[in-house]
Design a protein around this ligand. Structure first.
Ligand SMILES: Cc1cc2nc3c(=O)[nH]c(=O)nc-3n(C[C@H](O)[C@H](O)[C@H](O)COP(=O)(O)OP(=O)(O)OC[C@H]3O[C@@H](n4cnc5c(N)ncnc54)[C@H](O)[C@@H]3O)c2cc1C
Length: 812
């Protein structure tokens, strides 16, 4: 074994081997994979080997498509058979709600280039004769489904990597990982040590244990998973004989089942409700090529449905039941990327569908390591989407929920209950008592809307029970004044002698003067967005420079990782995420100033406290930082305070607002309000694949400023070339449903773009969508349609904001 390497990859499952292959393919040859046993000795060897392109997140779906297309390449390069069979498949719906969900999948597939087609239950039966068509209302045909040999694929990755110069050391167990003073990693194994610049944790079932070696508690948990294999079935032989092909794949969402042909019989796997975690706290090192005891009682309810939906199974003998563990993150997507605070330590774990996702994970991670950027939008897989709040018990609750809902529909208005409430703000109970219906963002309970007694969300793809109440909240803001809780924003404090110069390089905007705020886009080297913030200069006379930043709450860890990677070494700048040590309330609407004036002695007139000003003032008896800005696009204020003051500020504002009919409004009303103003939001309109010009944030970019901000050259190049896309607001002529995001945008007969978010703008009474399309047709006056629930609706571009186009309310 070599004593030094550029990269040590820990784990010879399908994911580690894919990472190794991708690093070697991109030219990093000094890379070694350490495997404590034979390759495939974790969950890889007993996988059912199924693969498919669909995923709830379109960006993950793209990487799944890439993974499936990669198998030919590694087979050719390695000479190792992968056993890939692309059979095609059907996705089955037993209810209309499921069919609506599938129509959304088809619409997404159009701009992802996936070959999906809505078909009838009879047509599905013709393609997959084991189905009882009477049990289903419809289906979708997917030409890219298939299966493979898990060991073959893993060895093909490893052999191909070796051919490109990489090393694989089997029977080499990593026992410790120590960071050296020079920043390199000392990887201690049972066979000696390797000093490495980078370490990748692809430990699969042992990823938690490998993480613990560097003090990291990763939110992953293994679950037991069962599939059965039948004896040979005459019905299968009949299909093979009459079509000359294998029986195609099927996913029966309502039965929570997947099935495919296995030799002369069938393989049927389930995601059962009564699921069971495996090795909840630590994974035994002596676990390897053994299986777990099958528990047929646990999967019996799913099998009952399976036998009804696929009657041929009723007569089939069961040859074998496989029960094996594999790991999940709380939301079921992989954990990939660099770990905040551990330079050179990377993770590629929690991959629950290694044969659909392993290639994409390897590609993204190798790009990230080599080029400093994954090269795609991989937010849905980024390890930074979790913070310290994702504890072991939280992970346990969420993984169990996610497993039991693997094939369940999640409606756009459905909030999942497990692991809640976890983080709450001091006014949580006050809001709950007023009817708040909560959702969750980065572990924090956030009010979504306020329901009258006896009303709650009825889950639906269409406008639902909250519609009129959210409308009432929106109108209260537009007509008078509303109050909302804004603690879920991420808040940061930046101080230090070097703070100003550093911020000038981090942000593409011009820095605000003391007492002022600005919208602050943050770019990567390639000129694409990596954040959008409100940056406030809160420096006070005679004191050191101090800055307050507010940004996307879900991206706190993601942004802290970025900030810390770019901090100067000399200690001249300090940044901290304030978390819930700063909480917030916002008031907005034409009467917001009147309310504020009643609770403070400060002069809040337009002249003394104009738009984008910020100042420390007392509200009632409580010290607060108040900025004149509102995401509603209306006259409004964001009020920040230490948590111990939040209740008193809340009561003061509610009391002062009483004479104006102040109403509480939640996240759904805020969404409706920002949509009619055309304001984008991080991880939706603003993502690391769009430039400032494309996303419309160019108006905040100081292209001519002296500081050489990150991404400046690329942003200038984008300005010259015009980029590829444009973000636009559309008005959609829908009936009883609104777009939510990821729907296809058509122009004439072509899918030209995708929706990033949408909803009903109650203030202006339009159904609104924000989305991207190619710049060449971004200003076309007609011809657009947006596909929603399987139907195309006319859509037209709205060039001026629907609300307050002249900024009179905002600035007045
Ligand atoms: C019953 C079952 C059916 C499945 N069906 C499918 C399917 O149809 N399709 C699909 O895509 N996925 C399926 N999966 C999931 C799939 O198996 C996983 O997604 C995949 O195996 C994850 O691979 P991995 O490389 O991340 O982890 P693992 O396979 O667990 O590999 C981790 C490797 O790291 C090694 N290792 C750990 N710690 C150390 C250390 N300290 N030193 C050295 N080596 C170490 C281990 O020995 C192991 O070989 C199934 C899983 C099960 C259990």
């Amino acid at each position: 074994m070599k004593s030094h390497a550029q990269v040590v990859v820990i784990g010879g499952g399908v994911v580690g081997c894919s990472v190794l292959y991708h690093l070697a393919r991109s030219g990093w040859k000094d890379v070694v994979l350490l495997e404590r046993d034979e390759l495939t000795s974790g969950s890889t060897w007993h996988a059912a080997g199924g693969m498919h392109t669909i995923n709830g997140d379109p960006n993950v779906a793209k990487l799944q498509k890439y993974t499936i297309e990669l198998y030919k390449e590694i087979e050719e390069l390695s000479g190792q058979a992968t056993g890939v069979h692309i059979t095609g498949g059907v996705l089955l719906a037993a209810t209309e709600a499921r069919m609506d969900w599938l129509r959304g999948v088809v619409a997404k597939g159009r701009y992802l280039g996936l070959d999906l087609e809505e078909i009838s239950a009879e047509e599905a039966h013709r393609l997959m004769p084991l189905i009882d068509p009477k049990q289903f209302v419809g289906a979708v045909r997917n030409s890219e489904d298939g299966h493979l040999d898990p060991a073959g694929v893993t060895h093909a990755y490893a052999k191909a990597a070796r051919k490109l110069g990489a090393d694989v050391e089997r029977f080499t167990k990593v026992e410790d990982i120590v960071r050296q003073p020079d920043g390199k990693w000392r990887v201690v194994t049972n066979k000696g040590e390797v000093i490495a610049e980078h370490v990748v944790n692809a430990g699969g079932l042992w990823a938690r244990e490998v993480g613990r070696m560097v003090g990291l508690e990763l939110p992953v948990l293994a679950m037991e998973h069962m599939y059965l294999i039948t004896e040979d079935m005459p019905e299968v032989a009949e299909v093979n004989a009459s079509t000359g092909k294998e029986v195609i794949h099927a996913v029966d969402f309502d039965g929570e089942l997947y099935l495919r042909q296995e030799r002369g019989g069938m393989l049927m796997g389930t995601y059962e409700k009564a699921n069971k975690p495996w090795s909840e706290f630590t994974t035994p090192w002596n676990f390897g090529h053994e299986l777990l005891e099958p528990d047929i009682d646990r999967i019996a309810p799913s099998l009952e449905v399976g036998f009804r939906h696929f009657p041929a199974f009723q007569k089939a003998g069961i040859k074998q039941i496989i029960n094996g563990p594999f790991t999940f993150a709380p939301d079921g997507n992989p954990l990939v990327g660099p770990v905040r605070g551990l330079p050179g330590f990377w993770v590629a774990c929690g991959v629950m569908a290694g044969f659909s996702q392993g290639g994409g994970v390897g590609l993204a991670l190798s790009n990230w390591m080599i080029h400093g950027d994954p090269g795609f939008d991989i937010w849905a897989m980024d390890v930074a989407r979790y913070g310290d709040w994702a504890t072991m018990a939280y992970t346990n609750a969420k993984v169990r929920e996610n497993y039991s809902r693997r094939f369940s529909i999640r409606f756009p208005n459905e909030e999942l209950p497990a692991g809640r409430p976890l983080k709450t703000t001091p006014i949580y109970d006050l809001l709950a008592a007023r009817g708040a219906q909560f959702g969750v963002a980065y572990g924090l309970e956030v009010p979504l809307w306020y329901a009258p007694e006896g009303v709650k969300d009825e889950f639906s793809w269409r406008r639902s029970s909250d519609f009129e109440h959210v409308g009432r909240e929106v109108r209260a803001v537009r007509d008078s004044v509303g109050l909302s809780e804004i603690s879920s924003f991420a808040k940061y404090r930046v101080v230090g002698q070097g703070a100003e110069a550093w911020l000038d390089e981090m942000f593409a905007c011009r820095l605000p003067k003391p007492g002022r705020m600005t919208l602050a886009p943050m770019l990567k080297e390639d000129g694409k967005l990596i954040g959008d913030f409100t940056l406030a200069n809160v420096s006070r006379d005679g004191r050191a420079s101090e800055w307050f930043l507010a940004g996307s709450g879900i991206a706190e860890q993601f942004h802290m990782r970025w900030f810390e990677q770019h901090l100067p070494d000399d200690g001249s700048v300090a940044i901290e995420a304030l978390g819930l040590r700063r909480v917030g309330l916002s008031i907005a609407g034409p009467k917001a100033r009147d309310v504020l004036a009643k609770v403070t002695r400060a002069d809040v007139s337009n002249a003394a406290f104009p738009f984008m000003a910020i100042q420390s003032i007392d509200i009632g008896m409580s010290p607060c930082l108040v900025g004149r800005v509102s995401y509603t696009g209306d006259l409004g204020y964001e009020i920040w305070m230490a948590p111990e003051y939040q209740r008193s500020v809340f009561h003061a504002l509610m009391e002062a607002g009483e004479e104006f009919g102040i109403a509480l409004f939640g996240g759904r009303a805020l969404n409706s309000l920002r949509l009619e103003k055309g304001y984008g939001s991080w991880a939706r309109e603003y993502r690391p694949i769009y430039g400032p010009l494309e996303s419309g944030l160019d108006r905040f970019v100081a292209y001519g400023k002296e500081a050489d901000f990150i991404g400046k050259a690329a942003a200038l190049a984008e300005r010259d070339s015009g980029g590829r896309f444009r973000l636009r607001t559309f008005i959609v002529d829908t009936e009883d449903a609104d777009v939510i995001g990821d729907e296809a945008i058509w122009h004439g007969d072509n899918v030209v773009g995708w929706v990033t978010s949408g909803g009903y703008a109650h203030g202006s009474a339009f159904s609104v969508a924000l989305g991207y399309g190619p710049k060449e047709i971004a200003d076309a006056s007609d011809g657009f349609e947006i596909e929603l629930l399987g139907k195309r609706y006319p859509a037209r571009i709205q060039s001026a904001p629907l609300f307050d186009a002249n900024f009179e309310r905002l600035r007045g």
